[in-house]
Design a protein around this ligand. Structure first.
Ligand code: SAM
Ligand code: SF4
Length: 328
């Protein structure tokens, strides 16, 4: 085993894979109303190609894989991919980020295939506001999906919420209070100036400190030491079963501890979410490159991983590829 370390001494052991760029929702902050122009079928990595990349990456020390999109649950036969990745020596953890609308149907077969956990994105608890934010989504499908995931043992359930001023920030307290009754991890993610070009304005952005101040006004927050906290800082209300996380890509850069590489649905390695620098792995694979060449390209993407990013809320919406294409 060969743990890949970058030049800033970060160990890169986590790969986030966008398996599809399409989505069955159109969240206002992520996609334009008409959606993004979908990639052609043949441009998207096949499951066999993804499995091969993960096998080679595991040989270099990748231990954790997260499947995302677009909406990963709209891709057919996902349990096959999960099962194949779980079977790769060295892979210790496989998880999924989803909007939850199709979880009811798929949670059990995914758990049986080896999926360990799910993160469900949910930005409102009100059916009407949920419909507005997702441009037509039905919250019932998400709530049923979460319940099914719990029953299937995909624990802990993590709920990701992006508070946007004037849209859903009035629900911050209600989301936080969910952790008083359930063992959910409710994570507040700062709105980022990517993807939502027509939606973004500095006034709509809430820094994690403001969100945290509002949550702390309900009851004092106690810090929680999480074993695999990643970019989140965790707290809980005293004696509450659930946990509250704050993810602050803009105000508390987690770049210094960033352990991830991203693989886009069209087969590009993306060393940093906030930089459009990408390395084309798919073309190399499709032209018959041997495993050592794939390995070299993986190492190269780690070598060029930037030390940090400079995106702030004060900047104009960046031209970065939207999250649905990168794999948020
Ligand atoms: N469709 C799945 C979902 O919604 O969970 C997976 C893909 S989605 C792109 C992954 C995450 O990116 C979601 O939690 C979503 O809230 C987040 N996201 C997308 N655009 C964002 C933005 N401009 N700022 C903050 N988070 C964003
Ligand atoms: Fe789809 Fe997820 Fe983007 Fe919403 S956040 S439009 S569910 S990819």
């Amino acid at each position: 085993m060969d743990l890949i370390q970058d030049k800033y001494k970060r160990i890169i052991d986590y790969m986030r894979i966008s398996i599809i760029d399409r989505c069955n929702l159109r969240c206002v902050y992520c996609m334009p109303a008409a959606g993004v122009r979908p990639l052609e079928h043949k441009s998207i990595l096949s499951y066999e190609e993804i499995i091969k990349i993960v096998r080679i990456a595991a040989g270099l020390g990748v231990r954790k894989v997260r499947l995302t999109g677009g909406e990963p649950l709209i891709r057919k036969n996902l349990p096959y991919l999960v099962e194949s990745i779980s079977a790769i020596g060295g892979i210790e953890d496989i998880s999924l980020t989803t909007n939850g609308t199709l979880l009811k149907k798929h949670a059990r077969s995914l758990a049986a295939a080896g999926l360990r956990r799910v993160n469900v994105s949910l930005d409102s608890l009100s059916p009407e506001r949920f419909r507005e934010i997702t441009r037509g989504g039905d919250i019932r499908s998400v709530l049923e999906g979460i319940r099914e995931a719990e029953e299937a043992g995909l624990l802990p359930i993590k709920i990701n919420m992006v508070p946007i001023r004037g849209l859903n920030d009035g629900e911050i307290e209600e989301f936080a209070q969910l952790t008083m009754q359930t063992a959910y991890q409710v994570r507040f993610i700062e709105f980022m100036p990517i993807g939502a070009r027509e939606m973004w304005s500095n006034e709509k952005y809430l820094a994690s400190e403001e969100i945290k101040a509002r949550v702390s006004a309900i009851a004092p927050l106690v810090p929680v030491k999480a074993r695999r906290a990643g970019p989140a800082r965790y707290f809980r209300f005293e004696n509450a079963p659930g946990v509250i996380g704050f993810i602050s890509p803009l105000t508390h850069h987690f770049c210094a501890s960033c352990n991830r590489l991203r693989l886009t649905s069209d087969g590009k390695l993306r060393p940093c979410l906030f930089s459009d620098t990408e390395i084309d792995l798919k073309s190399a694979m499709r032209s018959g490159a041997p495993d050592v060449e794939i390995e070299r390209i993986l190492r190269l993407s780690v070598e060029i991983k930037p030390q940090g990013h400079t995106i702030t809320c004060g900047k104009n919406p960046s031209d970065l590829r939207p999250m649905s294409g990168i794999g948020g």
